[in-house]
Design a protein around this ligand. Structure first.
Ligand code: 0A1
Ligand code: ZN
Length: 861
């Protein structure tokens, strides 16, 4: 198979542009007719033909300035028209088939709702167009549909006219005055319940807010609407950014490939990130709703008003918008637990991506299928890069830089370099070295070494950085990164280095290594590195357990405190893996007991500190992982942890009274802590009763799920019973049932594959619904360590068989679920071989999608 790789370096401005679009859409399940009238203009002095993108379209007619023409050429992916005037009106009529569009790109009909998804390159599945983000046009769209079936007809912007047609049809015309790239185009038709509200901006503009949800789901909408208002206010307060249309609409749909989409004035959301109430949604779901609502809203400025010149610049909008939504969530909830959440994503997923064949910089250089680059690297590492800029510039200057960015580029399609240049204009710091973060892939490793000279009473600490080579780049340069740094002694005193290279607890590391000297110190000091995860790096700072416990006690930075315990757990698990569990001495267990006792009232910190690093996170500090050995070691450590700490854990569990359900910071932290503790206790005989009791008395989904997850560690029969009763209660609620599918899929049992096969026959399971597929197959591939990595290779084969089927209808989702297979480099050779056999099967498949082909071929290269 030959698939063209696109390169960032090959960017060429478009030969033509389209400044104005009028569309007339007559909805029909299998033959929707799209008429588009485009105002086209040649750019520059040339005689090239006009080449429009188009896929899966039936072409009916082409007119130039009102005259039918046959002078064009069509391929599977384009329409070329030679000899066009310099400026003209192009009318193209096409027919498409929304009902059979199972890839969920372009216009599709699912569960009785028509909706669109155009990012990255879906608009070309609706009509022929210059489908690239640097072509910005205004749109006027008229939608025609059956009035009974589709009483709601929506598109971007403001409604300007409506009327009735023949045979029970009606139509609505929408106008969007803001020029936008076609990836932000959207339309929706359906029969919904609507929640309405209003928001008045600081400058007095009244904005109508409308939230469209499935019939009967209205009661689960208010939290999303409230979140939207909080986000609107926050963006005004923090960045001085106001909304710019009279109406803001959000539509929740059940069939969606991703989380949500920021279409101008008409966001389309996976219902998972809209619908929430105490009975059906966990605290985590509430959190996610608020943060995704905010993320899409923030895109209105970072993404829509200022957009990307080309798709290689995706992090320009995504990294920045994720950073903004992280700031917002931290302000709405709490900085510490938020930061830990982001770091877990980085360590579990982004570091793994960097270590795999799919490694790429936050601004990729080569792409076969753009949909494959909506990655944790572009999004989350991209946000970390913005965060470092924020740290380096400080809050005030960062805001100044943002103001300058909007002043320069509002209404334009720009590059990451333009963003850095705007930031550069407000600071004396030279950002040219910093900009390497945009082009260099891989995770830097900061190694800390130290020496204490007892006679001279001097301590020296060296930090050196090294970025190992990655699949895409063999040569790496040292990066410029802010490294939060502190030095303490075992009593908790803090020390400043002689040369004061550390300023305000921050060291600017821009060389391969730096050595700090500390004079007149009477004992060896303990270096505390990378507070608040100040750079997206790994740290190797091997410290004895008593030093880690001292950091936990005395470090100023709460993240460092949490991280010290993570490091301690990692070390303990390693001792178990080496067959030396006795290395985890009584004094270490005592230290951990003390942590629980001392922090018993601090539910936020304790809740986080009692989470043992996941198997996936542990893999990132190891290489060629013997899966079974590490899994058993982690499990044995968890078991001993529960036993050794049973008394203080039980006390914490019993002393946390959460009362009636409320979604407040305090209550969320309390429930989180209690459920983390229950998860440990469930490994003990006395935990079973607690699990059952919590399950039966819970008045909210957080505690119900807490009990169910804990039950996974206990008696199998009891777990099955609880699951059955859960299903009984929730079988008609797709979003809750997804939790049930995921619990099944992550279960450790010998017959897991036949069990999942059976679940695929469940009346509520459907290969066409991405949420369901992710819940069952995705959860298995990503999180069922024992099942997926079964030593006979059966888990790999099972996932591969499924992907071969899924790829035929939804390549985007298939390409996401293949990720764990493509990360074979991390495992011991016996696993690697079996994973590669399955990747080979995929590669040999005739007609494999571009999505899967790119990931599979790269991972076998
Ligand atoms: N821009 C959206 C995410 C998104 C990306 C691609 C999609 O289809 C391929 C859909 C949504 C966001 O960042 O929220
Ligand atoms: Zn986004």
């Amino acid at each position: 198979m030959t698939i063209k790789t696109k390169r960032r370096a090959d960017y060429m401005p478009p030969a033509f542009t389209i400044s104005d679009v009028k569309m007339d859409v007559v909805l029909h399940p299998t033959a929707a007719r799209i008429t588009s009238y485009l105002t086209v203009k040649r750019l520059g002095n040339h005689h090239e033909k006009l080449i429009l993108d188009g896929e899966k379209l039936v072409l009916n007619s082409v007119k130039i300035d009102g005259k039918i023409t046959q002078d064009y050429e069509q391929t599977d992916s384009s329409l070329s028209i030679p000899n066009v005037p310099n400026s003209f009106q192009l009318e193209v009529i096409t027919t498409i088939d929304p009902e059979n569009n199972k890839a969920l790109e372009g216009l599709y009909l699912s569960s009785g709702v028509y909706c669109t998804q155009c990012e990255a390159e879906g608009f070309r599945r609706i009509t022929y167009f210059l489908d690239r983000p640097d072509v910005l046009a205004t749109y006027e769209v008229t939608l025609h549909g059956n009035k009974n079936k589709y009483p709601t007809l929506l598109a971007n912007g403001n409604p300007i006219a409506r009327g009735e047609g023949d045979n029970g049809s009606h139509w609505v015309t929408w106008q969007d005055p803001h020029p936008k790239p076609c990836y932000l185009f959207a339309m929706v038709a359906g029969d919904f319940d609507v929640l309405t509200d209003e928001y008045t901006t600081t400058s007095g503009r009244k904005v109508a807010l409308e939230l469209y949800v499935d019939k009967g789901k209205k009661a689960r909408g208010p939290f999303a609407l409230e979140s939207l208002k909080r986000a609107m206010k926050w963006d005004e307060d923090t960045y001085g950014l106001e909304y710019d249309l009279d109406i803001y609409m959000i539509v929740a749909v059940d069939f969606f490939n991703m989380g949500a989409m920021e279409n101008k004035g008409l966001n389309i959301f996976n219902s998972k990130f809209v619908l929430a109430d105490q009975n059906s949604a966990t605290d985590e779901d509430f959190f996610n709703v608020e943060s995704v609502i905010a993320h899409e809203y923030f895109h209105n400025w970072t993404g829509n008003r200022v957009t990307c010149r080309d798709w290689f610049q995706l992090s320009l909008k995504e990294g920045l918008t994720v950073f903004r939504d992280q700031q917002f969530s931290a302000d709405m909830t709490s900085p510490l637990s938020n930061r830990i959440k982001h770091v877990r994503v980085m360590r579990e997923h982004q570091f793994a991506e960097d270590a795999s064949a799919m490694s790429h910089p936050i601004r990729p250089d080569e792409v076969m299928e753009m949909n494959n680059f909506y990655t944790v690297t572009v999004y989350d590492k991209g946000a970390e890069v913005i965060r470092m800029l924020h740290t380096l510039l400080g809050k005030k200057k960062f805001r100044k830089g943002m103001d300058e960015y909007f002043r320069r580029h509002d209404g334009q399609a720009v590059t990451c370099d333009d963003f850095v240049a705007a930031m550069q204009s407000v600071t004396e710091l030279d950002l040219s070295h910093f900009a390497l973060w945009y082009s260099q892939s891989g995770t830097p490793l900061i190694t800390v070494s130290h020496q204490y000279d007892e006679t001279a009473k001097r301590m020296s600490v060296t930090l050196s950085q090294h970025t190992p080579k990655t699949a895409d780049q063999s040569v790496k340069r040292p990066l410029f990164m802010p490294v939060a740094f502190d030095c303490i002694d075992s009593k908790g005193n803090h020390y400043q280095d002689d040369e004061q290279r550390v300023k305000n607890n921050m060291l600017l590391l821009n060389e391969p290594s730096v050595t700090l000297q500390f004079s007149d110190v009477t004992s060896a000091l303990i270096p505390v590195v990378l507070g608040n995860f100040s750079a997206p790096a790994k740290v190797k700072n091997p410290l004895p357990s008593e030093d880690l416990l001292a950091i936990f006690r005395f470090a100023r930075d709460a993240f460092n405190r949490w991280d010290a315990l993570q490091q301690l757990y990692d070390w303990c698990i390693e001792q178990y893996a080496l067959g030396k569990p006795e290395a985890v001495t009584a004094s270490i267990w005592d230290g951990l007991k003390e942590v629980v006792e001392r922090e018993a009232q601090n539910h936020e910190l304790l809740g986080e500190c009692l989470v043992i690093p996941s198997f996936e996170t542990l893999c990132q500090s190891r290489s060629l992982v013997d899966v079974e050995q590490l899994r058993q070691a982690r499990r044995a450590f968890c078991q001993d942890f529960a036993q050794e700490l049973a008394t203080p854990l039980l006390t914490v569990y019993k002393n946390i009274h959460t009362g009636d359900y409320e979604y407040t910071l305090e209550a969320v932290n309390a429930r989180r802590c209690r459920n983390v503790v229950l998860n440990h206790l469930a490994r003990l005989p006395q935990g079973q009763e607690l699990v059952c009791k919590q399950f039966n008395s819970s008045d909210n989904m957080t505690d119900t799920m807490g009990a169910l997850k804990a039950a996974q560690h206990g008696d199998k029969e009891q777990f099955e019973k609880l699951l059955a009763s859960f299903e009984q209660q929730w079988r008609e609620e797709p979003l809750v049932l997804d939790k049930w599918f995921a619990l099944h899929a992550t279960q450790e049992r010998d017959d897991i594959l036949s069990h999942i096969t059976l679940l695929r026959e469940h009346p509520q399971f459907s290969i066409g619904n991405p949420n369901r597929v992710r819940a069952l197959i995705g959860s298995f591939a990503f999180y069922n360590t024992a099942g997926f990595h079964a030593i006979d290779g059966s888990g790999y084969k099972f996932v591969t068989d499924y992907l071969l089927m899924l790829d035929k209808t939804n390549p985007q989702v298939a390409a996401r679920i293949v990720t764990p297979l493509t990360q074979w480099q991390n495992y011991a050779p016996v696993y690697q071989e079996k994973m590669k056999v399955q990747l080979g099967r995929l590669l040999n498949e005739k007609g494999l999608s571009r999505d899967l082909f790119e990931k599979v071929s790269k991972s076998l290269a």
